[in-house]
Design a protein around this ligand. Structure first.
Ligand code: TRP
Length: 448
């Protein structure tokens, strides 16, 4: 049987974008920007995306397509004999489970909000009302778990439909609608009285707030956003068409992804200030602010339902790409059927995911090093595992894989004139990106 893969060039972009765009844009980007001081954080995040994110993304896709294999086998196949570069893929499997453990919990809240908005609930311009509605959901262990498991069952069903038919079909249709809805939300937010303060928060940097810890979180977000550092782009790269222009595709996805985050920021921060929410509210920020914006427009309940449906779709596209990493390793490398691989992966995630799901309520007080299970899964993956994966991908591409083989893959075996791109990428992944990531991690953790 031919290896499953993406069938059209548009399908490739849509699925890659489907992986990148998700809760990272709509939920994580706003809450981290709010908690870390606004514009300064945004600035560092954009710089990290360009200097580190894009080079790593291009490298990962090229590695995947050159090897045409799952994340563990891809490194094993391209590395010199007896060098354990496949460990990058193995680390990716661990990171995938950790990320899914909290991501599926947040996706569960989004699914729950679809139902809430249908019923006209949580729709109020009063911060107290919207906060109470969110609090009631996450503090109820039964609801939090049930929604998370529903999400996991949903993801499993789509995975079992196969790569091309499942992932492509679901993601390519609905992304443009989400984009339009965010524009609409942004326009309403910008026309609220007092919106200017939110814009200033988002775009006028206070450089004193950019501490080493803030920089580390911004770099972690850049990895999380582009789905890099754990083998997702290696795995998706392995499904890329042979004639796809990898650097151009990656650059487009990166820009579109940034655009979605900016729109989310513009939709949220003016409203935060206009209604008197706190920008540093944390993971609840989107869930308590967005209903207030919708409450101040005509047909708000309808638009809010559409918003959470589309956010659920975006989250699903992202989760498919996370789960695809272990599923591909288990099925291609370890000989499990795709069905068994999917079930094993999702059961492990469901078991580990109990803790983050409950950590906003009954398990909020169980802490390790000052962090609850949710924060622990989140920061261990984004601030430790993904950056380390990124460093290793850079070192592998720049120093191990071989200049000619990298050039051949990026130019589609000479079909594209990409000499400049190859030279720039090589310089970045050899010297710039890995050094930056190491420096940011050492400073961020207060080691140096
Ligand atoms: N990028 C997605 C988002 O922002 C999340 C995601 C998908 C991801 N695949 C990943 C994060 C791989 C890290 C690694 O929602």
């Amino acid at each position: 049987m031919a290896r499953d893969g993406f069938t059209t060039s548009f399908g490739v972009i849509a699925a890659t974008l489907g992986s990148a765009v998700g809760l990272g844009n709509i939920w994580k980007f706003p809450y981290l920007t709010g908690a870390n001081g606004g514009a300064g954080f945004l600035l560092v995040y954009v710089l990290a995306t360009l200097a580190v994110g894009l080079p790593v993304m291009i490298s990962e896709i090229a590695i995947g397509r050159a090897a045409r294999a799952d994340a563990v086998s891809a490194f094993a196949r391209l590395a010199p004999p007896r060098q354990p570069w496949w460990l990058i893929g193995a680390m990716g499997v661990v990171a995938a489970v950790l990320i899914m453990a909290f991501y599926s919990a947040v996706a569960g809240w989004v699914f729950a909000y679809v139902l809430k908005s249908l019923a006209g609930g949580a729709l109020s311009t009063d911060p107290k009302v919207t906060s109470a509605a969110f609090g009631a959901l996450v503090a109820d262990p039964l609801q939090a778990l049930a929604w998370q498991w529903l999400v996991l069952a949903f993801v499993g069903t789509i995975i079992l439909m196969g790569v091309a038919k499942g992932i492509e079909a679901v993601t390519k249709r609905l992304m443009p609608v989400l984009f339009l809805l965010l524009v609409l939300l942004g326009v309403r937010s910008l026309t609220l009285p007092g919106a200017g303060e939110g814009l200033a928060f988002l775009f006028r940097p206070e450089f004193s707030r950019i501490t080493p810890g803030v920089v580390l979180v911004a770099v972690g977000l850049a990895f999380f956003k582009l789905s890099i550092g754990m083998g997702t782009m290696v795995t998706y790269g392995s499904y890329f068409r042979a004639d796809q222009n990898i650097p151009a595709t990656a650059a487009r996805v990166m820009l579109a992804d940034l655009a979605v985050s900016m729109l989310a920021g513009i939709a949220i921060f003016p409203a935060v200030f206009a209604f008197g929410f706190k920008p540093e509210a944390g993971p609840s920020l989107v869930f308590i602010t967005v209903p207030a914006v919708f409450a101040s427009m005509p047909a708000g309940a309808l638009f809010m339902t559409a918003f959470f449906v589309l956010t659920a779709v975006a989250a699903t596209g992202a989760m498919l790409s996370i789960v695809e990493v272990p599923v591909a390793v288990l099925s291609e490398r370890m000989g499990f059927t795709r069905r068994a691989a999917t079930v094993i992966t999702l059961v492990v995630i469901a078991l580990l995911g109990v803790l983050p799901a409950l950590s906003q309520g009954v398990a909020a007080r169980w802490k390790l090093g000052g962090m609850n299970a949710f924060d622990l899964c989140d920061s261990l993956s984004s601030n430790v595992l993904l950056p380390i994966g990124g460093i290793l991908v850079c070192v592998f591409t720049g120093w191990i894989w071989g200049r000619d083989r990298v050039a051949a893959e990026l130019s589609n075996r000479g079909a594209l004139a990409s000499g400049g791109v190859v030279r720039a990428l090589r310089f970045l992944v050899r010297w710039v990106s890995p050094v930056l990531i190491v420096a940011v991690m050492l400073r961020g953790f207060g080691i140096a």
